[in-house]
Design a protein around this ligand. Structure first.
Ligand SMILES: [Ca+2]
Ligand SMILES: [Ca+2]
Ligand SMILES: [Ca+2]
Length: 177
């Protein structure tokens, strides 16, 4: 019931953004406090003096993905003992011996997943693909769409979302229940 009312509030335009709109309404209704806290953190971290703009949201998405991509690439770099850019199964084995039990399992899994052509070596292109996959796993397109859809709460339409606008949207949600 609550979700339907939020949808009604947000259903301003019958446009291509309907899926993101629904995701936004769903996220708000599921856990309003968490949504509000996350939105306000995002505004504080990536917003300008007038609030959070689309560029700030895109920066957040890119940074979050870059961190995940970097840690994936770093793990392969650390296993490339002869620094030729490729991690062989022998290099994996040496690194696994030095790792913890849980680390060994993870290395095996990541190596096998990255070695797309199954030649027992993870080449630079496979490392890059693995990094790209890790970036998307950290913040997928649905999540990115949800973050962009937050701008629908920009009540005064100045293109920047403020903490006050988020809090007001959450307050409207509370009144609707
Ligand atoms: Ca190597
Ligand atoms: Ca390979
Ligand atoms: Ca605004």
């Amino acid at each position: 019931m609550r979700l339907m009312m939020v949808l009604a509030v947000l259903a301003t335009t019958a446009s291509a953004g309907r899926a993101e709109e629904n995701a936004l309404a769903g996220a708000m209704a599921r856990n309003p406090e968490r949504f509000e806290a996350r939105a306000i953190d995002l505004i504080a971290g990536f917003g300008g003096p007038d609030g959070l703009r689309i560029a700030g949201i895109e920066t957040y998405i890119a940074l979050d993905r870059a961190v995940a991509r970097a840690s994936s690439l770093r793990r392969f770099l650390a296993m490339d003992l002869d620094a030729d850019g490729t991690v062989t199964r022998d290099e994996l084995a040496v690194s696994q011996r030095a790792a913890s039990a849980s680390g060994r399992g993870r290395m095996e899994r990541e190596f096998a997943a990255a070695d797309a052509d199954r030649n027992a070596a993870v080449e630079p292109t496979e490392q890059a693909a693995s990094g790209a996959a890790a970036a998307l796993a950290a913040l997928d397109e649905a999540e990115a769409g949800l973050l962009r859809a937050m701008l629908r709460l920009d009540a005064d339409g100045d293109g920047a979302l403020t903490a006050a606008e988020v809090s007001a949207a959450i307050a409207r949600l509370d009144q609707a229940t």
